[in-house]
Design a protein around this ligand. Sequence first.
Ligand SMILES: [Ca+2]
Length: 328
Amino acid sequence: MMRVTFTVLSLVLAPCVLADYSSHPKAAQLADELAATGEYTRAEVLDVLRKAQRNPKLIESERKAPERTRTWPEYRSIFMDGSRVANGVRFLRKHYPSLARASAEYGVPKHVIAAIIGVETLYGGYTGPHPVIDSLATQGFDHPTRTPFFFSELKEYFLLCREMGFDPLAQKGSYAGAMGLSQFMPSNYRRLGLDYDGDGRVNLWSPSDAIGSVANYLKNFRGTNTGWRAGEAVAFPVKISSPPEGVAVNQKTPTHTWAALSAHVEELPVTLEATQAVGLLALQTGAEPEYWLALPNFYSILSYNPRTYYAMAVFQVSQAIAAADLAD
Ligand SMILES: [Ca+2]
């Protein structure tokens, strides 16, 4: 009995306790690349990797993220609950000065910034329990399809830790290695993170820093000309029987002009120029898809997480927060 239990336990624990990433074939490459920056010695990098834990469950979580597996009503119900909206109003009021400043500087509405932070981390209530080094080493070395992305983020993480004075073994985040209230990956933390509370450090676990950083991301992730457009709408529900010939749905950028779609859409509550860039969304409901016309600001939200359902959830949470704030 003892023997069986021990064997089973060994199998369960083996992936975590036996890994030593310093001996992984790609460890030498990472150590060389970081040594070339002058920020680390090879020995320092290998020492951190020796203490990193391989955790295949993180890869499983990444591959089973709800936006990959749910219908739109199922996905929507995860985020559009009363407490997320009510807590969004509370967040809006508590952090009003930072939100107002970010909105003025980047043109992104306060309730959109709040909704992103609400969807990402329940307004800071859940920023992720996984050591970032484990998430990024496991996926940077062993992810079946996305090692280049995660390997690059692992390298960025080492550089971020040097810049911020973080211990690489101490930071925690999501299964993907995203950190703070805004859940930035290391490269975005370095490139788009802002010190908004004035303490001289970019700390994305600080609500003010996260607020400024989210607005900066939505405006500047794809460059200032393609980021958030102040004063413009995000998306409208539309009635059409099926996508017009040649119109692809759920693209990552607004690939059509309004002229290509206008004849097929009834009762749009705004007037658009014929050359206006738009996209068509089709959300799976189980029966007929739900169609939406998306404007460039929808794609700014999509730059945060390239899943149509994610961006639509953020948008609808933002609208619900704004409505509840006005009504209260
Ligand atoms: Ca700060």
